[in-house]
Design a protein around this ligand. Structure first.
Ligand code: SF4
Length: 340
C-alpha cells in the first residue's frame, strides 16, 4: 500500500436526504466524513438501511448528494454547502446540479463500481463482449475491433474466465461467473478507485472466498484502491486496512482494521463484532454474543440525539438530548459516543 500525505478520495460532511412526503425527510447519509488513501481498502459496514450503499453510490455519482464535499485526487467532485434548515424547508429545491466544468473530469473512468447483484446488474440482452467493451469504447472511440476483443479477452483471463466466454449472454453463467463479468466491466476502463458494493453477498459461500481473493490479487497487480461495502464483518476484517462503521446514516466509529477488531469502542460496533463466528471452539465458548434489543429507529426526521440510544444498554440521559460528535480517542481511532 502506497500512502501519500493526501488522500485519493476525501469526503467531507456528505449528506444524502430523500423527501418521502411533505415534511418527511429520510436522512440516508448524514454528515459523513472520511479519507481513503491510494492502495488502501476501507471497509464500510453496518446493518441494511444504514446508508453504506447510498454513500458508495454518491461517490460514483449514481446519487447526487444533498450537501457536502467530495474530492478525488484533490479535484473537487461535489461542493455544496446548504444550511440544514433550508434543506428541511425546501428539500425539492435542494438538488444541486453538477458544475459543467466538474463534469468534464474524467471521473467516470477513474472511479468504478462493482454491484451487489450480479443477476440484475448485467443487461441480459448484451453479450460479454458488449458488456465489458461498452466502457472501453466510450473512452477510446477509435479502438479497432481486433484490439477491443484482445483487451476483453485479457480482462476475462484476469478475472478467471476464458476467451471462449466473449460471445455468450449473462444467463449462460453462474452467479460467481456473472460477478466476474461485473468485475471485468469495472476494470475495463483501468480505474484507480472501485466501490465494491457487497460484491459477494449474493454469491454461494463456496465462491465467496474465490472472488475475495481475486479482488485482493487484482488490487495488488493494478495498485487499486477499494471502498468495500459489506455487512459481513469477518469478510471486512480479512480484506480491509481501515473500517468505518455506520448506524442509521451516521458514522459511529472509524479505525484501522486491527484496532477496531482488537478494541471496538462504540456499543454498536461491539455488538456487531460479537456476532462474528469464531473457528476456535474454546474461544467461541468464552465469548458472549451481545444481542441488540429495542426497535431500529426510523431514519425519517431523526431526532438530534444518539441514533443508537433506543438500543444501547449504556444509554444515559445526555444520549437522548445531545448527538455525540465523532472524536479521536487515539490516533486513527474515532468514535461517536458519550461514554468516552
Ligand atoms: Fe450508547 Fe449513549 Fe454511546 Fe449512544 S452515546 S452509544 S446511547 S452510550
Amino acid at each position: 500500500m502506497t500512502k501519500n500525505n493526501k488522500p485519493l478520495m476525501r469526503v467531507e460532511n456528505l449528506c444524502k436526504y430523500f423527501k418521502i412526503k411533505e415534511g418527511q425527510i429520510l436522512k440516508a447519509v448524514d454528515d459523513a466524513s472520511f479519507d481513503i488513501y491510494k492502495g488502501e481498502t476501507v471497509g464500510l459496514v453496518g446493518e441494511s438501511g444504514c446508508g453504506k450503499s447510498t454513500t458508495g453510490r454518491c461517490l460514483v455519482k449514481l446519487e447526487q448528494p444533498t450537501s457536502g464535499e467530495v474530492y478525488f485526487e484533490d479535484k473537487e467532485i461535489y461542493k455544496h454547502k446548504y444550511h440544514e434548515e433550508f434543506i428541511s424547508q425546501h428539500p425539492e429545491e435542494n438538488i444541486p446540479k453538477i458544475n459543467p466544468d466538474q463534469a468534464k473530469l474524467d471521473y467516470t473512468k477513474d472511479v468504478q463500481m462493482i454491484f451487489q447483484n450480479p443477476y440484475s446488474s448485467l443487461n441480459p440482452r448484451m453479450t460479454v463482449k458488449d458488456i465489458v467493451g461498452e466502457g472501453i469504447r466510450l473512452h477510446n472511440k477509435k479502438i479497432k475491433n481486433k484490439e477491443l476483443e484482445k483487451t476483453i479477452e485479457n480482462l476475462l483471463n484476469d478475472v478467471g474466465l476464458s476467451k471462449d466466454h466473449i460471445s455468450r449472454f449473462p444467463h449462460e453463467f453462474s452467479g460467481g461467473q456473472r460477478q466476474r463479468i461485473g468485475i471485468a466491466r469495472a476494470l475495463s476502463v483501468d480505474p484507480k478507485f472501485i466501490v465494491c458494493d457487497e460484491p459477494i453477498s449474493a454469491l454461494d459461500v463456496s465462491v465467496q472466498a474465490q472472488v475475495i481473493n481475486m479482488l485482493k490479487k487484482i488490487q495488488r497487480e493494478r495498485d487499486l484502491t477499494y471502498l468495500f461495502i459489506a455487512h459481513d464483518l469477518s469478510v471486512v476484517k480479512y480484506i480491509s486496512d481501515k473500517v468505518i462503521v455506520m448506524y442509521l446514516g451516521n458514522i459511529v466509529e472509524k479505525a484501522k482494521s486491527e484496532d477496531l477488531y482488537k478494541n471496538p469502542m462504540h456499543p454498536y460496533t461491539q455488538a456487531l463484532l460479537s456476532s462474528i463466528p469464531v473457528a476456535n471452539p474454546k474461544i467461541a465458548k468464552s465469548r458472549k454474543r451481545i444481542v441488540l434489543e429495542g426497535e431500529l429507529s426510523s431514519p425519517i426526521n431523526p431526532k438530534d440525539c444518539c441514533r443508537f440510544s433506543d438500543r444501547c444498554k449504556h444509554v444515559m440521559p445526555i444520549c437522548k438530548e445531545v448527538k455525540p460528535p465523532l472524536l479521536a480517542y487515539e490516533e486513527g481511532h474515532e468514535v461517536a459516543c458519550h461514554l468516552y
